[in-house]
Ligand binder design. Structure first.
Ligand code: SF4
Length: 453
């Protein structure tokens, strides 16, 4: 196979937006992720949930180092390890059981053919930092990967939602805790937490379960455990009004999904890893020609911001495509000194990264050789990584009382300088809490949730 053929995108049947005439789309059960997929990109939704029913098979693009295999691997590892600790009646911190988690990670890796070695290494690294913050109290656990089926019923009929809750607890203080593990790099903003459909669906399912029989007054906490940010659990709760609002929104979205006839591609932040991107006309167009320029008025800040967002998503696609091609080039360079094209010569650099195994000893040796105090050498070459600093400070929170902790923080503050480093940040826009009342008063009712303890 020639090099040119290897670098070309595979020939594949392109995605179609339209549903065939006479075809009606209906699913007995949707899920929070299928609804989210539709909201992000209707065409990706159709490719995953409708096309297989129409007998259209798409060639799925594997992402062995992408976010999906990493999340799947960590979820399975945590499920297996927590299952063992639950069965053994464990109570308290799990850091002494780290070997169990690493064994289970290997087992999960062996089970999942789509995960690459780089994902395993990344998962090990995440566990190493996160495990010291994890607690398991076997007595309060009610389910792991707790399955539910929720029926939302209004005057127009039923809407079915199903899913799995990573970990469900009913604590001694009569609080229900819903735990969901997240391996994403970004934390949720306050607004994203408040509007999380996943959180609302989980609480509706738990409150509706006849197996759990949760009293209406019992508080339900939803915690997103952020595995890449040790010790940070982003917590949210829902008021009855918010649950009502979520009910209406979910039913409305499912009805929209099922009545849509044209599923258009929609550029979004997940395009770079989309499993059907090679068959997507929009993705192809961006990769082949870049993003067509839009005429915008620089004084129209909304238009500028929207164009910035569009470019941001397109840049992710192009960057990811560059990485894919780089991987192919690296494979071609195995056993070769270089590859020469018309304009460039490519070779693998001999770059290495140096890591010091014993920084304390390095400082001692320098201090002795320069005949200077260690503190002076330390001031010259030592550096504190902010992430590590934050982790240690968080860990101190469990050891010191509030007064002692405040004293340590105040002392540390005298040793810090904060230099301005403004970055452009984007958050989801706030929307008002309440909506105007609809013409038809809907009666919220859920029924037939089946959970398993
Ligand atoms: S690449 Fe993006 S626009 Fe195309 S189908 Fe996938 S998610 Fe949708």
């Amino acid at each position: 196979m020639s090099q040119t053929q290897t670098l070309q995108l595979p020939k594949t049947q392109m995605l179609e937006s339209q549903l065939p005439k006479g075809y009606t789309h209906h699913r007995e059960f949707h899920s929070h992720s299928s609804i989210d997929l539709f909201c992000n990109c209707p065409q990706a939704y159709k490719a995953r949930y409708i096309d297989p029913k129409l007998g259209i098979e798409h060639q799925v693009v594997e992402n062995p180092t992408g976010p999906l295999p990493l999340g799947t691997l960590l979820h399975r590892c945590l499920e297996l390890a927590t299952q063992e600790l639950w069965a053994g009646g464990h109570s308290g911190r799990v850091v002494k059981e780290a070997h169990l988690y690493y064994d289970m990670l290997n087992q999960a890796f062996a089970e999942d053919p789509s995960a690459g070695a780089a994902v395993l290494i990344e998962a090990q690294e995440i566990l190493k930092h996160w495990l010291p913050t994890e607690l398991v109290d076997a007595q309060s656990i009610r389910g792991l990967e707790w399955p539910f089926k929720l029926i939302l019923e209004d005057l127009e009929g039923d809407v079915g939602i199903r899913g799995y809750i990573d970990r469900l607890e009913h604590r001694g203080d009569d609080t229900v805790r819903i735990v969901d593990y997240k391996s994403s790099r970004l934390l949720f903003t306050h607004d994203e937490l408040r509007r999380s459909r996943q959180a609302s669906i989980y609480e509706l399912a738990v409150r509706d379960s006849t197996v759990l029989n949760v009293h209406p007054e019992t508080p339900v906490d939803i915690e997103f455990v952020m595995l890449r940010h040790p010790g940070i659990n982003q917590r949210t709760t829902r008021s009855p009004e918010q649950l009502n609002q979520a009910f209406t929104e979910i039913v409305g979205l499912v009805r929209k999904i099922e009545s849509t006839r044209e599923f258009r591609p929609q550029l979004n932040k997940n395009c770079a890893y989309c499993e059907v991107r090679h068959a997507c006309p929009l993705w192809r167009q961006i990769v082949d020609q870049g993003l067509p320029q839009a005429q915008i008025d620089p004084m129209d800040v909304t238009a500028v911001a929207e164009e910035y967002e569009r470019m941001n998503n397109a840049a992710k696609i192009l960057y990811r495509r560059k990485e894919e091609l780089g991987d192919v080039m690296r494979t071609h360079l195995i056993g070769q000194d270089h590859i020469q094209t018309r304009n460039h010569i490519y070779r693998l650099s001999k770059t290495t990264e140096t890591e010091f195994l014993d920084p304390h000893r390095v400082i001692q040796i320098f201090a002795k050789a320069f005949k200077q105090p260690q503190a002076r050498i330390m001031a010259r070459i030592g550096a504190i990584r902010k992430g590590e600093y934050d982790t240690l400070m968080k860990a101190l929170g469990g050891r010191l009382d509030l007064q002692e902790l405040a004293k340590v923080k105040a002392e540390m503050k005298t040793l810090m300088v904060q230099n301005p480093a403004p970055k452009l940040q984007a958050y989801k826009a706030s929307v008002p809490e309440s909506r105007p009342a609809g013409k038809v008063k809907r009666e919220r009712r859920t029924r037939s949730t089946r959970g398993q303890i």
